[in-house]
Design a protein around this ligand. Structure first.
Ligand code: SF4
Length: 179
């Protein structure tokens, strides 16, 4: 035991330092939380659909739920069924195998519904483009309200995209491209 304690003291803390406070992230977090409360008065529910992603975008989406970005504290929850969702977060170019599933998921989501296409692949088809195996961008298959480019987009960009989608939903505007 004594030996182990000595080794712990000698080694010190080996994990990386916590990130510095990010003013841009704090601003978008506060706006998002306020907007959700003002427009919905309850949690915003999101169904994530991987329509053919390489999973790089998923890693950034998963980061939204970590203690740093802490999406649940802002009143946002990921749900397992489109029937419980306000917003679809769609990644990847739409592979031909996922085309019908994506349309059915969209149809199963109750209106008024919002769709955010994530990543260069979701916005344009990305490096996969359109082919016998890929239908390309998400808007080729279902209506899209907001596009969040990036390969992959950062968690802050995703939060900004969700905030823009809420604004689009409130104003009934057409597709917005975040740059
Ligand atoms: S945008 Fe980039 S990270 Fe996202 S699915 Fe396409 S290749 Fe992968």
């Amino acid at each position: 035991m004594h030996k182990l304690l000595k080794q712990i003291v000698r080694t010190g803390i080996v994990s990386e330092a916590p990130p510095a406070p990010d003013d841009a992230l704090r601003a978008v977090s506060q706006r998002l939380k306020r907007h959700i409360l003002d427009t919905l008065g309850r949690a915003l529910t999101i169904r994530h659909v991987d329509a053919g992603s390489c999973n790089g975008c998923e890693l950034e989406i998963h980061a939204l739920n970590n203690p740093y970005y802490n999406l649940e504290a802002l009143g946002i929850r990921f749900v397992a069924s489109p029937r419980h969702a306000d917003l679809l977060l769609v990644t990847g170019p739409v592979s031909r195998h996922m085309e019908t599933a994506l349309v059915r998921t969209y149809d199963a989501t109750p209106g008024p519904k919002l769709v955010v296409a994530v990543g260069d692949c979701g916005c344009t088809g990305g490096i996969f483009g359109e082919s016998y195996a890929s239908a390309g961008r998400v808007s080729n298959v279902i209506p899209v309200d907001v596009e969040v480019p990036g390969c992959p987009p950062t968690p802050t960009a995703l939060m900004q995209g969700i905030l823009t989608a809420l604004n689009v939903g409130a104003k009934g505007a057409s597709t917005r491209h975040l740059r």
